[in-house]
Design a protein around this ligand. Structure first.
Ligand SMILES: NC(=O)N[C@@H](CC(=O)O)C(=O)O
Length: 421
């Protein structure tokens, strides 16, 4: 295994130093290390995404575990949690083990499968959570993402069940009766465009219910892709009461608003939908305050025929892995401690991924890290993305920050901005 010296690197924006990587960990100086001139580069603990759609098995025309892993490494990630809405659904030990094994074979990031809460994501019968937890994939997060676990009794039982092994239920908060036929955020823009609205209350009502259930049961709840100011207030109150709840926000909900729907370009169709400027402001503040714990990409690749069609027929979802850090940098600037916490340390903790989100100043820390050049501005070109799919809402935008290198347990997965394999 190659040893590296990151010469003159700035760890989280601190004064330049020399950082050695040897034998898979941050090490004391070693001779004959491969020198990387890291002057002007910032080292962050490798990013961790608690919400990625990899589409394998079933929709390998949109993404595979390997292509999604490569996109992740190029985006500075060293671990991603793969959502369960594949085909077949990841609702058995067999499927989660398959995804986990494909991740190991690709070897670009740690792929940690998420198991479905209910059989087939149908919301009727609990899946074999215990079998998935005790499988080789060691599943800790369970989610029906794409669908809400709408039945309160089933949600309660799932929360109770995962308590035994400190698992967490990650809820896609959407009261389905309130979003029937919904195409975009319900508000002034939807009225003008004549598209059926997805009201904020459909998200907020479920989060309110679920924090009460989690409190009642004493179990862990994670809220996926929080998108409204009202949801932030519900979470703020729940956290103040000591409820064991964590929450994520996506880069797109931190940047884009529902006005993007005005051109009827389905690249801006996403679930939950883009909201208003005041929601965006509240989400930014909540991430700063820690009411929202993490940035998660909700990387949702879709094949051309599923996206480049009439708005109402298009699938919801946007790519995210390769642009997440530049978007967060463009919104918050070089707040490296914040970025490291919300994009690596806290997500690693939520997902139980020991070895990720470690302290890069300490010898012995697993060498999961990424090197960023914050001085470079880049234009997003969909043709250059490693994802199979092309549904990025940021095409043509100039964003700050270039991922120069990523290391997974001391092995380079990205060097000079290019994937190593
Ligand atoms: N976030 C999205 O817009 N899409 C997700 C699932 C979903 O949450 O609808 C997908 O799997 O494509």
């Amino acid at each position: 295994m190659m040893a590296y010296l990151l010469k003159g690197v700035s760890i989280l924006g601190a004064a330049p130093t020399d950082l050695y990587i040897n034998d898979g960990v941050i090490s004391a100086p070693v001779p004959d290390a491969e020198v990387i001139d890291a002057a002007g580069l910032v080292a962050l603990p490798g990013l961790v995404d608690v919400h990625t759609h990899l589409r394998e098995p079933g929709r390998e025309d949109a993404e595979t575990v390997e292509t999604g892993s490569r996109a992740a490494a190029l985006g500075g990630y060293t671990a991603v949690c793969a959502m369960a809405n594949t085909s077949p659904v990841a609702d058995t030990a067999g499927v989660v083990e398959q995804v986990w094994r494909l991740g190991r074979e690709a070897g670009l990031v740690d792929v940690q499968p998420i198991g479905a809460v209910t059989v087939g994501l149908a919301g009727k019968q609990m899946a074999e959570l215990g079998a998935m937890a005790s499988s080789a994939a060691d599943v800790r997060i369970f989610s029906d993402d794409g669908f809400c676990v709408a039945d309160p009794k089933l949600m309660r039982r799932a929360l109770e069940y995962v308590k035994a092994f400190d698992g967490v239920i990650a809820q896609h908060a959407e009261e389905p009766r309130l979003t029937e036929g919904a195409q975009m955020h319900e508000g002034e823009v939807s009225t003008r465009l004549g598209l059926t609205g997805w009201p904020a209350v459909a998200e907020e009502a479920i989060i309110a219910r679920d924090v009460l259930l989690a409190e009642h049961v004493g179990s862990r709840l994670h809220v996926c892709h929080v998108s409204t100011a009202g949801s932030v207030e519900v979470l703020r109150q729940a956290k103040a009461r000591g409820v064991r709840v964590t929450a994520e926000v996506t880069p797109h909900h931190l940047l884009l608003t529902d006005e993007r729907a005005e051109g009827y370009d389905p690249v801006f169709k996403v679930n939950p939908p883009l909201r208003t400027r005041s929601d965006v402001e509240a989400l930014r503040q909540a991430l700063l305050d820690g009411v929202i714990d993490v940035v998660a990409t909700d990387h949702a690749p879709h094949a051309v025929q599923d996206k480049e069609c009439e708005w109402s027929y298009a699938r919801p979802g946007m790519l995210g892995l390769e642009t997440a850090l530049p978007i967060v940098l463009s919104v918050f600037g070089p707040k490296w401690d914040l970025i490291a916490d919300r994009m690596s340390i806290a997500p690693a903790r939520i997902a139980g991924l020991d070895g990720h989100g470690g302290d890069l100043t300490k010898a012995g820390t697993p060498a999961n890290l990424t090197l960023v050049d914050p001085s470079v501005q880049r234009v997003v070109d969909p043709a250059e993305l490693a994802s199979i799919s092309r549904n990025t809402p940021y095409a043509g935008m100039t964003l700050p920050g270039r991922i120069v290198a990523t290391f997974l347990r001391g092995e380079a997965t990205v060097l000079d901005g290019k994937a190593v394999k």
